[in-house]
Design a protein around this ligand. Structure first.
Ligand code: ACO
Length: 443
C-alpha cells in the first residue's frame, strides 16, 4: 500500500521533509514554510500567479471534470438538471445542498418572490446614472448600494440573516437587471408580477409594454430558464473567487456581490459571448470562415467562445445551449449567425490546431446567439449571467463564512522592487528616469 505522502529533499541543505498528501491529491502549501536553510529563514513559498494549480478552498457545491467534460451541482449532472429542473429549484439545490420536496419548493418560491420588489429610493438612485450607462455598471453600483438599505446584512455569522440576504439577492437581481435595461431604453419601470414564474416575471419586467398582463412565450421562458440553470455556478471561477475573497474580510454580502459582478463584467469572463457575436458579425458569411480560421491558426486572432481553462473537452453546457438555440429559433426565427458558428465549429473540430490543443466550444459560443435572437442588446449579456450566478455566489459565500479553515484572503508576494534607498530633497534630485512599471508616461 503506497504511503499517502510526498518526500522533498532540499538540495541546499540535504535535509529531507515528508508532507502528507490529503484527500483530492492536495499538499498544503504551508508545509513548504518548514523548508529553511536556518531557523531565521522565512521558509519556501509556492508561486502560482492566476491560481492555475492552487486550491483555495474545499467545496461541496460544484464538481467539474474538465477532461471528461463533466459538470455537476451537488452531485447532479447538469444535463439532468437542464432537462428536468427549473432555475429556482436548481438555486435551492445549490444554496441548500438538496433538491426540495413540494412543500419546501413552494416555501422557497414564496420566499424569493416576497423579495422581488426594491425600495423606491433604489429607482431614484438608478435614475442618477447617465442616459447611456452600461446596464452591468448600473447593476454593480446598485447592488453595492443595497448594503446601505440592509444594514442587518452585516450579521454574517447569523444563519437567519444569511438566509434572508440570500432570498433578497436572488429575488431582487432580476428586478434590478430589468430596471437597468428599461432605463437604458428610456422605458418606464415594470413592477414585478409574482403570478408569473421567476423567469417569466423577469421577461415581463423587461418587455411589458401597454398590455395589462404580460404573457411570456413558454418556449422563450423555458429557454432562458435553462440558460439560468447552466450559469448558476461553476466552482472557483473569477467572480466566485472575488465573492469569496472580498467576503473573507467579513463585509456584508451585498458589497461582496458587487465585487463579484465587477469581476463578471470583464471581457474574459461574463463578456466573452459578446465577443463571439462581434467575431461572427465580422466574419459576416459562411464563405469567410476559412479566412478567420487561417488568422486564428497564425496566432493573429483568438477564436472567441473556444477553449477553457478547465474543460479540455466539449463544455457540457455548450451542447445544451446549442440544442436550445434551435428551440428558440422556432419562435424568433433563425439568427443567421448560427450558420457561421456551425461552420466555424465544424472546421475547428476537424483541424489539428484545435484538436491538438483540445480547444472545444465553451458555454459562450452559442449563448449570445440565443440572447440576440430573443432581442437582448449585447450590453445585457453579462447581466443575464449575473442573475443566476447570484445563487452560486451566495452558496459559495455561505460555505466560506462557515468554513473554520478560512481566514481573510491575503496572498503572499515575491518582492522584486528597489532595495533600500533614502529620501533626498526635491531640489537636489535628478530628473526621474522613465520606468517600465510606471502607470503612465505623461505627467
Ligand atoms: N483560439 C485560438 N487559440 C486558442 C484559444 C482560442 N480561443 N484558446 C486557447 N488557444 C491556444 C493558445 O494560444 C495556446 O496555444 P499554444 O500552446 O500554441 O501557445 C493553447 O491553445 C492553450 O491555451 P491557453 O491560453 O494556455 O489556455 P488558458 O487556459 O490560459 O485560456 C481561455 C483559456 C482564456 C478561455 C482561452 O481559451 C481563450 O482566450 N478563449 C477565448 C475567450 C473565451 O471564449 N472565453 C470564455 C471562457 S468561458 C467563460 O468564462 C464563461
Amino acid at each position: 500500500m503506497p504511503k499517502n505522502s510526498i518526500t522533498v529533499i532540499d538540495n541546499r541543505t540535504g535535509k529531507q521533509y515528508e508532507f502528507p498528501i490529503e484527500e483530492g491529491g492536495v499538499v498544503r502549501a504551508t508545509h513548504f514554510r518548514e523548508i529553511k536553510t536556518d531557523p531565521g529563514d522565512f521558509g519556501l513559498m509556492t508561486y502560482d500567479p492566476a491560481f492555475t494549480n492552487t486550491a483555495s478552498c474545499r467545496s461541496k457545491i460544484t464538481f467539474i471534470d474538465g477532461d471528461q467534460g463533466i459538470l455537476r451541482y451537488r452531485g447532479y449532472p447538469i444535463e439532468e438538471l437542464a432537462e428536468k429542473s427549473n432555475y429556482l429549484e436548481t438555486a435551492y439545490l445549490i444554496v441548500k445542498g438538496e433538491l426540495p420536496d413540494v412543500k419546501h419548493y413552494e416555501a422557497w418560491e414564496r420566499n424569493i418572490k416576497t423579495h422581488t420588489m426594491v425600495h423606491e429610493n433604489i429607482k431614484k438612485f438608478m435614475e442618477g446614472f447617465r442616459y447611456d450607462a452600461h446596464p452591468m455598471g448600473m447593476l454593480c453600483g446598485t447592488i453595492g448600494a443595497l448594503s446601505t438599505f440592509y444594514p442587518d446584512a452585516k450579521n454574517i455569522f447569523d444563519l437567519e440573516s444569511r438566509r434572508l440576504q440570500t432570498r433578497r439577492l436572488i429575488g431582487k437581481l432580476p428586478t434590478l437587471a430589468a430596471a437597468a435595461y428599461r432605463l437604458s431604453r428610456g422605458l418606464p419601470y415594470v413592477y414585478p408580477d409574482n403570478d408569473l414564474s421567476f423567469t417569466g416575471n423577469f421577461l415581463s419586467m423587461l418587455f411589458k409594454m401597454t398590455e395589462l398582463k404580460y404573457k411570456p412565450d413558454p418556449v422563450l421562458e423555458r429557454a432562458l430558464d435553462v440558460l439560468f440553470i447552466l450559469h448558476a455556478d461553476h466552482e472557483q471561477n473569477c467572480s466566485t473567487n472575488a465573492m469569496r475573497s472580498v467576503g473573507s474580510s467579513q463585509v456584508d454580502p451585498y458589497s461582496a456581490t458587487a465585487a463579484a459582478i465587477a469581476a463578471l463584467y470583464g471581457p474574459l469572463h461574463g463578456g466573452a459571448n459578446e465577443q463571439v457575436i462581434r467575431m461572427l458579425m465580422e466574419i459576416g458569411s459562411v464563405k469567410n470562415v476559412p479566412e478567420m480560421i487561417k488568422k486564428v491558426k497564425s496566432g493573429e486572432r483568438l477564436l472567441m467562445g473556444f477553449g477553457h481553462r478547465v474543460y479540455k473537452n466539449y463544455d457540457p453546457r455548450a451542447k445544451i445551449v446549442k440544442r436550445t438555440a434551435y428551440e428558440v429559433f422556432e419562435v424568433t426565427g433563425k439568427n443567421p449567425l448560427i450558420d457561421i458558428a456551425l461552420e466555424l465549429e465544424r472546421i475547428a473540430l476537424e483541424d489539428d490546431y484545435f484538436v491538438s490543443r483540445k480547444l472545444y466550444p465553451n458555454v459562450d459560443f452559442y449563448s449570445g446567439i440565443i440572447y440576440q435572437a430573443m432581442g437582448f442588446p449585447m450590453t445585457m449579456f453579462p447581466v443575464l449571467f449575473a442573475i443566476p450566478r447570484t445563487s452560486g455566489w451566495m452558496a459559495q459565500w455561505a460555505e466560506m463564512v462557515r468554513d473554520p479553515e478560512q481566514k481573510i484572503a491575503r496572498p503572499r508576494q515575491v518582492y522584486i522592487g528597489e532595495k533600500l534607498r533614502h529620501y533626498t530633497p526635491i531640489e537636489t534630485r535628478p530628473e526621474p528616469k522613465m520606468r517600465e512599471d510606471a502607470v503612465s508616461d505623461s505627467i
